[in-house]
Design a protein around this ligand. Structure first.
Ligand code: SF4
Length: 427
């Protein structure tokens, strides 16, 4: 048993008798990890990725240690209304990924099951719900959520609202991609500053939101620069860093943290060496705890993730700082994770062309009905466009719910296929 799993066991067992004590242990562990990442960063990683590891650890610690200035959210919620007002957003996916990284998710999955949540519910949601039920997660002061990208949100957040008697703000995003839908969502968003002000005592102003979107526009330019460099430059990466990038560019998009990260990433990629490695577009959540994926795609010259669709999705629509409500509404309505699968496929193909990808991995996270349901259609359309696509079944959060041998075999066979295809093209 390694140190992390011993630590996870300590946290999980302590939570049975003293959730507060378990949270203190968890926070002490995160503080120690943050200190380690600051003093002895992973020197294989570029500066941008070393720094974002520290910044995201700080963010999670702040959310858990100061729930009075934090809000539980979903990954696709417009967190700009929170962090511009000094409120720390923490999403289900991020908290659960951190708990899984601490190797204690099995305790909260068990608690969720005992509380009656079905095993068919996505493990990110079940881990979060179990941690809330156990008391290791503090009750959030408020909740801001939306129905995209999954029905799990419609289980988790209403339950949390009722159990903890905390105010919640729900943003209903219509299924269809239309300007009427944008106007509908923008009208709803106009009520969000008042909600934030009522709960936390500070409301974001329109000027705050405009400044935030101006930062987002700069961040987008830098991140697109990073993507455009992919065919010729390879910046060392690992799966966990890709998850941190998702936190920076989704949960904290528009903050100084995200702007600094993207700016440094753009500088780093300019210095990066060329690579013959296979370039992959990754679709959906990042299974940074799945050993066969981690060993195949972290710090190797053989293959690397050139782009992840769930990260780029937050930057895909136009940003107009003069129209914050419409901009943020349009991002939600025209998210590739809302509505029909066509837009998701189209955006994935844009990423393939932009990064000169060799192939696509569509991660079919167990329990994610929307992603599983669209898998066949996405694979067919992507392959019809000339890019091999692997639908990789697995679980990004529940470590015992994936056949590691099968994932390793399928991923390796896919990389071999891409290598053969490359060799044929070059012959
Ligand atoms: S993996 Fe799917 S079901 Fe789970 S939180 Fe993400 S979108 Fe929702």
């Amino acid at each position: 048993m390694n140190v992390v799993s011993l630590f996870g066991r300590l946290v999980g067992e302590q939570a049975a008798t003293s959730p507060e004590g378990a949270r203190k242990i968890l926070l002490a562990g995160y503080a120690a990890q943050q200190a380690k990442l600051s003093v002895a960063p992973d020197h294989r990683l570029p500066k941008s990725r070393q720094r974002i590891a520290v910044d995201t650890m700080k963010l999670v610690r702040r959310a858990l240690d100061h729930p009075e200035t934090a809000a539980a959210t979903s990954l696709f919620a417009p967190t700009e209304f929170l962090h511009t007002a000094g409120v720390t957003p923490y999403s289900v996916e991020v908290i659960s990924a951190f708990l899984a990284g601490t190797q204690c998710e099995q305790y909260w999955l068990r608690d969720a099951e005992q509380a009656g949540f079905p095993e068919t519910l996505c493990s990110y949601h079940r881990t979060f719900l179990g941690a809330l039920e156990s008391g290791i997660l503090p009750s959030p002061k408020a909740i801001v959520y939306t129905n995209i990208a999954c029905d799990g949100n419609m289980v988790t957040f209403p339950h949390a609202e009722e159990s903890f008697h905390v105010p919640a703000f729900f943003i209903d995003v219509p299924w269809e991609h239309s300007e009427d839908a944008v106007a509908f969502v923008a009208d709803r968003l106009r009520h969000l500053p008042e909600f934030v002000g009522d709960v936390y005592g500070t409301a974001p102003t329109d000027d705050d939101l405009s400044e935030c979107l101006a930062r987002e526009a700069r961040c987008k330019a830098d991140y697109l620069h990073y993507l455009d460099r992919q065919p010729t430059h390879r910046l060392p990466n690992d799966m966990t860093s890709e998850m941190y990038a998702m936190i920076a560019l989704r949960v904290m998009l528009g903050s100084k943290l995200s702007e600094d990260f993207a700016a440094q990433l753009a500088r780093d990629v300019d210095q990066a060496p060329a690579s013959d490695g296979l370039r992959l577009v990754w679709m959906h959540v990042i299974p940074n705890m799945l050993p066969p994926v981690v060993s195949a795609l972290s710090f190797t010259d053989r293959a690397y993730i050139a782009a992840t669709d769930i990260i780029v999705d937050g930057l895909a629509t136009p940003i107009d700082p003069a129209k914050p409500y419409e901009t943020l509404a349009r991002r939600m309505v025209y998210s590739a994770y809302n509505g029909s699968t066509d837009l998701r496929i189209e955006r994935a193909l844009d990423l393939c062309r932009r990064t000169h990808a060799d192939g696509v991995v569509y991660f079919a996270h167990w329990g994610c009905k929307m992603t599983l349901g669209a898998a066949h259609l996405a694979k067919t359309a992507i392959e019809d466009a000339g890019y091999p696509c692997l639908v990789l079944d697995g679980d990004g959060c529940d470590r015992v719910n994936t056949s590691e041998g099968q994932v390793a075999t399928r991923l390796n066979a896919f990389l071999e296929l891409l290598e053969a295809r490359r060799a044929q093209e070059e012959a």
